[in-house]
Design a protein around this ligand. Structure first.
Ligand code: KIV
Ligand code: ZN
Length: 503
């Protein structure tokens, strides 16, 4: 098996995409997580691009040990100097890399750089030579390799290797190529250059949705470094997703004859970290890290999974740091509903499963997701959840000491007024409700979305509340987010009490 050098560019190519800006602390936190996950290289930034990025590369170069730490730099003295200076602590440990690049496609050479092919070779050689004066570890990229002439690329690559480049990156910068083309092009460059001891690398963009598969096929063509980002974040349609390449070589090793040192069980936790930091979660159906990647929803699939997980779940999610789930939906069948009832120890009469299923389908059809209140209603034949708690009045405020919320609630015909405290108004509200209900709901998720447009638009607050192994979703709609949250807690409290009393 060939060991692949996994070079993560989340903090550079990923971060440069609109909406993914990260500050120095956030980049540092992610760099630490990537190092713990045992990637081989981290492109920490583009030191010359701003003082903030310089400092961020410097901080990571100083404190994040394990992987090679790199900075991007154009083949320009100022860029290379900034990279060399920012990387100094990593270079001193023998772990600092300057990644310098220049475009090699005629479109870029003639129309963007307005230079001759010969001038580009001179700039590339000068850039690599200067980078070598800072560090022995120099990577050179032929930007827009995907649309570059192979013969000319080979010429450029030979020259930069003679100048000292040790890694040659071949980016499909605009995501133009298809997998078998990439495999062949990488092979042609490696054979055409014919110099041993060089690591060839693939850096793919996702404009045609091919980034991961192109990277995997580049491995077949001889690439031994892959440039990847967590969740595939990056310019335009993004970069090659680390998780997809890792899963590709893990799940079908015979097809790629490749392996890596990455701790794949950290992939989903690190993906969630990047999402939390950037506020951008991958699309639900994204391979490996999407929220639905290991969730089975249709009745036929859930039934198959219960009988043998290899039917629909051939990829073991635990290898990537998560578990598979079969959430109840309106499509779920008898086998899954019955299994869920048994798992949750909700009492039911097995001989009445047909009736339970009829009621279940009617109730489940009315909601987006099914939670335990629906399950209990289907078993008990109820059509709605009683209003155990009625919100009579609500007040919340915040000052330097934190948040406070006072709720007046009607319970069993009597009124109770309780004040809760917390870091903010929403946590204060949560405390007030927990005191009134005595249930201590554990909030597993909280979301706030606008459901209308304009200044008086109403928002929808949803909370996922857990208690004693049961899960319900509370929903609150209001013009005010905090009052909406209070309504969501009220809804969740009523549903949870119903579940607990009727299970
Ligand atoms: O996509 C690209 O070509 C790049 C290079 C700078 C490596 O990101
Ligand atoms: Zn790129």
């Amino acid at each position: 098996m060939e060991k692949i050098f996994v070079y993560d560019v989340t903090l550079r190519d990923g971060e440069q995409a609109p909406g993914f800006k990260m500050n120095s602390d956030q980049k540092y936190e992610i760099a630490k997580a990537l190092a713990d996950m045992k990637v081989d290289g981290i492109e920490a930034g583009f030191a010359a691009s701003s003082p903030g990025d310089f400092n961020s590369v410097r901080r990571i170069a100083k404190d994040v040990q394990g992987p090679v730490i790199a900075s991007l730099a154009r083949c320009m003295p100022g860029d290379i100097k900034a990279a060399g200076e920012a990387l100094a602590p990593a270079i001193a440990r023998g772990q600092g890399r300057i990644h310098t690049f220049i475009a090699t496609s005629d479109i870029h050479v003639q129309n963007k750089l307005r230079k001759s092919r010969e001038a580009i070779i001179r700039m590339a050689v000068d850039g690599v030579t200067y980078a070598k004066s800072f560090t022995p570890d120099v990577e050179f990229s032929c930007e827009d390799f995907g649309r570059s002439d192979i013969g000319y690329t080979i010429d450029v690559v030979r020259n930069v290797i003679q100048a000292g480049a040790t890694t040659i990156n071949l980016p499909d910068t605009v995501g133009y190529r298809y997998p078998t083309e990439i495999e062949e092009m990488v092979r042609q460059v490696i054979q055409g250059v014919g110099i041993p001891g060089i690591v060839y690398s693939m850096h793919a963009h996702n404009d045609l949705g091919m980034a991961s598969v192109n990277t995997l096929y580049a491995i077949r063509g001889g690439a031994r470094q892959v440039e990847v980002t967590i969740n595939g974040i990056g310019e335009r349609a993004g970069n090659c997703a680390l998780e997809e390449v890792m899963a590709g070589i893990n799940e079908r090793p015979e097809f790629f004859n490749a392996t890596s040192g990455v701790y794949c069980t950290s992939i989903i936790p690190v993906s969630r970290l990047v999402s939390r930091v950037t506020g951008k979660y991958p699309q639900l159906n994204k391979a490996i890290t999407g929220g639905n990647a290991f969730r089975h929803s249709s009745g036929i699939h859930q039934d198959g999974m219960l009988k043998d997980s290899r039917t629909y779940g051939w990829i073991d999610p635990e290898r990537y740091g998560t578990k598979s789930e079969s959430p109840l939906t309106a499509r779920s069948g008898k086998n899954q509903v019955q299994t869920s009832l048994a798992q949750k120890e909700i009492k039911f009469d097995e001989s009445k499963m047909a009736e339970i299923m009829t009621r279940y389908k009617t109730l489940a059809d009315q909601v987006d997701d099914v939670f335990d209140d629906i399950l209990v209603m289907a078993v008990r034949g109820h059509e709605s959840v009683p209003e155990y708690y009625k919100l009579v009045s609500y007040r919340a405020s915040i000052d330097e000491q934190g948040g406070q919320a006072t709720i007046e609630v009607e319970v069993d015909g009597a009124r109770k007024t309780v004040t809760g405290h917390g870091n903010g108004m929403i946590s204060a509200t949560e405390n007030a409700f927990n005191t009134v209900t005595g249930m201590n709901l554990d909030i597993a998720d909280y979301r706030s979305v606008s459901i209308e447009q304009g200044g008086t638009a109403r928002g929808m607050e949803t909370i996922l509340a857990k208690n004693n192994g049961f899960v319900v979703r509370g929903i609150g709609i209001d013009e005010d987010t905090v009052r909406g949250a209070a309504k969501a807690y009220l809804d969740a409290s009523n549903k949870m009490k119903y579940v607990i009393e009727n299970r």
